[in-house]
Ligand binder design. Sequence first.
Ligand code: FE
Length: 222
Amino acid sequence: MKKVIFPVVLLLAACTGAPPGTAGVVATSAAAAPTAGGAVAPAAATAAAAAGATGPAREFLLLPPNCRAPATPTTASTEGPFFKAGSPERASLVTAGMAGTRIQLFGFVVTRSCAPVAGAKVDIWQADANGNYDNTGYTLRGHVFTDKDGRYSIQTIVPGRYPGRTPHIHVKIIATGAPELTTQLYMPNEASNASDSIFRPELTVTLNAPGLATFTFIIDKP
Ligand code: FE
């Protein structure tokens, strides 16, 4: 299992009443945070750097997820026709020259009692910026494992639309003692969300800053 690495951004807990599916974090635009190299950079600039980077993401300070027990498990969604087993373990799905807006997707996997789940597999697959899946190779397919605090982080891009579908990221969460969770994540403020019959608002990621998207998965385990 590879080490989970997170982007630099200073985050504050917002531990009141957000619905399940949101991480209890917001970014501060005025604060500064140390970079991996030890320099101090404004959080907003660092967020942009993390979003645009194609190399390993930087570390960030993330407080516990906003989760109120008993929590409702994350809404499941259709797998669709393009899942492919055997994705590589990697913290970034972005390759050099890849088109699309970079996003760092991060958050937690927790149980219904809001306990963090270590070692959960977070497997992602999605279309590229033009709405096409790679069905011969593993472009924009990959997985990470949650760390001891139940955190995951993976860099990818905002997927493109394809006929009938608003931009979405397919996810499978596989954890010991819980049924496999297959679902899809959505971007906020996408006009095409409203016309997609598979779209569910509770599966929309929270954008803490440009390029920094969070989502907490709640698995069906006590
Ligand atoms: Fe799809």
